[in-house]
Ligand binder design. Structure first.
Ligand SMILES: Cc1cc2nc3c(=O)[nH]c(=O)nc-3n(C[C@H](O)[C@H](O)[C@H](O)COP(=O)(O)O)c2cc1C
Length: 676
């Protein structure tokens, strides 16, 4: 009953429930046995050895070697130098030999107490009490703050303790104004969630503490601050953490409020103008300390695992201490699982019991079951908020005249997305989704702009008719960009990911990928893209055919295929799909490029399709071929051929509606409705 590509986890002995009949061309035999992922041929990253040390030039070293004598002298000099270096290393190693016992650690109970306070420190907004804070308690907390480390021992902090109800009311008004402004800036899906959140407890706490940093303290020559002036506010932030931990140990809750315009705050509090405000803290006794961050409990965010953020030697070689560095792609693939059979069965059962004729929601019932199996929950979480990730890249094959659009349009459209002026922005605004633009390979320098993730692998691929579009390493790097984008968006609380892309000439690469993975002839899968004429279409088809002939890509080596004929945005989309699936988050596919990427992703990890929902069917012939091969049935079919995630955005409310129906529609027994 699920689209044929989607597999479900078998659960021996567990009833799967009866499948609800639906009309349509959806294949009726779900694969019950999980298929192991195909082995992936990954480029081996060479181990990073210790960095070579280059001796500093010494006085008297000849600038240029002009004579054989000079060479001798130089060689002798170098030998001397190396000997000296060896000696000094030996000396250093000798002095590093431990001579006595190391400084003692805390005993187990003390260490446990330190770790406990760190683990159990919470930011508190709810459940404050009006009980006064004894002076000696507040003093201990401030003393702890005052022992914080600071740049050049400059101790740049001050603490302004506020108890006055009038001052707190003023500060509360300022914070409420900023809260409103922030709420207005949010996509609708987020704004709904935000409305339910309390973000301050200014009036609910007996004491507020303003922590400031004085960037002039310590004088002009503060040690360690000459190249990094931000070290002063960092030091003050460390004082805040000390205060927070000490307060937790005293049973005091602390809530940090950063909904302020800093200068407005300085004026309202009558602070000296040269101070920076680091924190506004609400402090008081509380009913309880929640086990988890309140934002996590509210579904606003997710905790990122430690293993995502620890790198060994070089950024990207992720490994916890004592572990071998793990490959991001292999790790992601290993976490992808088929649909959960139990939740899937419950979903079919529930659909039958909902107050409507069985199967009356057609394809949407299948989607609701898929969402249940994916999340392992029935009813499944409503996929809101959602974000569309638009990966942008340029294509060397543009040089072959496959489109009348100039290449610079890619960068111009990226600017348009960021400025909010594109169709995807209008659609995202309508359905309440966030737009996240990722430069994974645009052939232009893009200025830093809010909403743009700068992740360029290279400024455009090479022309695939004359050589590989990218190296294997680049293809893998772009896949990793997609995986990390999925991780970031999901950790930020998004419950559905939508694919989007922008890249002039990218339907040529899409057609080539689809031809390789479906076996269809170039002529069957090459389309008019942005609306090219017959002559350009003939050329484009020929280009696709030629690229495939040149590379003879092997579909059993999906990364090799991507590298030969893909685009950076295709590779990143592959990563987004794999990343979304590994996090059990639905991914709504947009058009032909997403279809091409899904074929690659499926060749890497067949169960990736458990997370994939085909948002729409585009007018590109290759897209139909891709969807048929994937066994995915599109939700929307409106002859769109735009990309940018527009088709996926239109499908989002359908996916959300079907999940909501699972939550809100009464069952025959609960509503007392007689069954047929
Ligand atoms: C610099 C900083 C600013 C913060 N600003 C706010 C804020 O304005 N409102 C709020 O409700 N929480 C604020 N928080 C609290 C965070 O939301 C909270 O630390 C995070 O959700 C993790 O929860 P936990 O502190 O309980 O572990 C802030 C935290 C920090 C470190």
């Amino acid at each position: 009953m699920l689209p044929s590509g989607i597999q479900q986890e078998s659960a021996p002995g567990r009833p799967l429930g009866r499948f609800v009949p639906v009309e349509g061309s959806v294949p009726t035999t779900p694969h019950l046995a999980p298929t192991p992922p195909q082995p992936i041929v990954l480029p081996v990253t060479e181990g990073t050895g210790p960095a070579a040390t280059v001796p500093a030039p010494r006085d008297g070293d000849p600038e240029l070697v002009q004579h054989a004598d000079d060479l001798d002298t130089r060689a002798a000099d170098q030998e001397d130098q190396e000997e000296q270096a060896e000696e000094s290393t030996a000396v250093v190693e000798e002095t590093r030999q431990p001579t006595g016992p190391a400084a003692p650690a805390y005993d187990d109970a003390e260490r446990a107490a330190v770790l406990k306070v760190m683990r159990e420190r919470r930011d508190i907004r709810n459940g404050f009490r009006s009980d006064p804070i004894p002076h000696e308690v507040l003093l201990r907390v401030l003393e702890a703050a005052h022992t914080a480390p600071s740049v050049g021992h400059s101790q740049p902090w001050d603490f302004v303790v506020i108890r006055s109800a009038d001052t707190r009311r003023t500060m509360h008004e300022l914070a409420m104004r900023q809260r409103d402004a922030y709420a207005k800036s949010l996509p609708k899906g987020r704004a709904k969630q935000f409305k339910e959140l309390k973000i301050e407890a200014i009036l609910d706490t007996p004491v507020n503490i303003v922590v400031t940093a004085d960037p002039t303290r310590g004088g002009r020559h503060t040690l360690g601050r000459h190249t990094q002036p931000q070290m002063a506010p960092y030091s003050a932030a460390l004082a805040v953490e000390n205060l927070w931990l000490a307060a937790r140990a005293e049973g005091l809750g602390v809530g940090w409020v950063s909904f302020f315009d800093e200068r407005e705050m300085v004026r309202a509090l009558g602070l000296p103008e040269h101070l920076e405000v680091i924190a506004y803290l609400c402090v008081g006794y509380v009913d309880e300390f929640p086990d988890e961050p309140e934002l996590l409990q509210a579904g606003w965010s997710k905790r990122r695992p430690l293993s995502w953020v620890v790198h060994e030697e070089t950024y990207g070689r992720r490994a916890l201490p004592g572990e071998e560095p793990h490959d991001l792609l292999a790790e992601t693939v290993a976490q992808i699982r088929p649909l959960d059979a139990k939740a899937l069965g419950e979903a079919w059962e529930r659909q039958k019991r909902m107050t409507k004729p069985a199967g009356a929601l057609g394809m949407l019932e299948i989607i609701s079951a898929q969402l249940s199996g994916l999340s392992r929950q029935c009813p499944p979480p409503i996929p809101e908020p959602a974000a569309v990730a638009i990966f942008a890249g340029d294509h060397g094959v543009h040089a072959q005249g496959v489109t009348p659009w100039p290449q610079e349009v890619t960068a111009q459209m990226v600017a348009n997305f960021l400025g909010g002026g594109a169709v995807c922005n209008a659609f995202a605004g309508q359905v309440g989704a966030e737009v996240c633009v990722v430069d994974v390979g645009v052939a232009a320098d893009l200025p830093a702009t809010p909403g743009l993730l700068p992740r360029k692998v290279r400024a455009g691929t090479s022309d695939m008719t004359t050589g590989p579009a990218m190296t294997r390493e680049e293809a893998k790097q772009a896949i990793e960009v997609g995986i990390e984008t999925a991780r970031d968006l999901v950790a930020a609380g998004n419950k559905a990911l939508l694919t989007g892309e922008m890249g002039i000439a990218n339907t040529t690469a899409s057609a080539a990928l689809i031809s390789v993975f479906t076996g269809a002839d170039a002529a069957e899968v090459t389309g008019r893209g942005t609306g090219i004429n017959d002559e350009t279409l003939a050329r484009k088809t020929e280009v696709v055919r030629r690229a495939i002939e040149v590379h003879q890509p092997d579909p059993a080596d999906p990364i090799g295929v991507l590298a030969a004929i893909g685009g950076f945005e295709h590779a990143a989309l592959v990563g987004l799909l794999l990343g979304g699936a590994s996090l059990r988050t639905p991914v709504i596919l947009d058009g032909v490029s997403a279809g091409a990427a899904a074929l690659v992703a499926r060749a890497i990890a067949p169960e990736v399709l458990a997370a994939c929902i085909a948002g729409h069917r585009s007018a590109e012939p290759g897209h139909v071929a891709a969807l048929n091969k994937l066994g995915l049935r599109p939700l929307v079919d409106l002859d769109l051929r735009l990309g940018e995630g527009t088709g996926a955005l239109l499908a989002l409310p359908l996916v959300q509606s079907t999940a909501r129906a699972m939550h809100e529609v009464a069952t025959f027994d609960s509503a007392g409705v007689t069954e047929k």
